[in-house]
Write a protein that binds this ligand. Sequence first.
Ligand SMILES: Cc1ncc(COP(=O)(O)O)c(C=O)c1O
Length: 367
Amino acid sequence: MSAQTTISLARGAPSLDLVPVDELREAADRAFSSHPEHCFSYGPAAGHPLLVEWIAARHGVTADQVFATNGSMQADAFFFQELVEPGDLVVVEAPTYDRTLLMLRELGAEILAIPLEADGLDVGALERALDAGARPRFAHVIPNFQNPAGCTLSREKRERLLALARRYDFLIFEDDPYVEVRFAGEPLPRIFDLDAERRHVVYVSSFTKTVCPGVRVGYVLGDSELVARLRRRATNTYISPCVASQGIVAEFCRGGGFERALERVRSALRERRDALCDALREHLPEARFVVPEGGYFLWVDLPDGDVRALEPAARERGVVVVKGTDFLLEGGKRSLRLAYSAEPPERLREGVARLAAAYRELSAVSR
Ligand SMILES: Cc1ncc(COP(=O)(O)O)c(C=O)c1O
């Protein structure tokens, strides 16, 4: 199967047709000509001043509570490096984003993985662990359209989780790159906003899933003292973030491009989600999944087999998927993460047909 025909149900990134290339070029022109001093020198560790200002206004926080980074992954890394000592206990969702798991393990964190339910983290299970003596440094949650599971933390659970963070004095790390990619249902409050005292939540988001990954712009919101510590770490790492890129995003947002990008991404992703779900119902009716109300991913549970065999068999047939086992410390061998962000609807349908053929072939062999 040639590389050209390979269909990616693996890539959690927008396809190029969703990227507002012309508007970004115009934004770059404006950024470079109107504020060259902010784009072409080392910037402040906090990030490009106009971007910091736009983010602060959008979230109703002060500029000293904002820190713009090179993608949200960089924000995650600075936060983890700042807080985690070897042996520290950290709560994560099971399953969770594979890079989060990797980073935490590299830092020597002890991981307490709490299962996800259709409405997000099993907060009751976390409460039992806390009552039994678990004392985490923080709980990492992806509240909206979770990567990889696609589910969303309910409002009631957001409040219960915050109450637990206050009672047991740990931080919530709200990793939220998908929040704006909601195409069905009602938006829910950020846990960061529920925490009126702004003491128990660190919020991280990104322009990757709404504008494009290539700009590498993400940001942190938090208590100004913690933000200052993270900025110091950033200065010592890279002097300043990529302010040229942040200037482009700032002009793009200030010119109304962000709202237009959201409309475009939401409507395309809704169509792609529908195509993927319909194709699964048609070709793999035995597959179980929660239909996501937004985001990029869908988590599929299969009744039989092992995805460690299915993944290479699917690749042979020209479709790439990610194994559930990649997102868990244990288990996941009957699960897959399917992304509907990187391919148009007709290729998603074809991808599922190929995946189903690989699944049937393996089932026939094992019988
Ligand atoms: C939950 C989560 N956090 C962080 C990231 C990293 O995003 P960025 O491109 O902003 O570094 C991703 C990307 O897939 C993600 O799913």
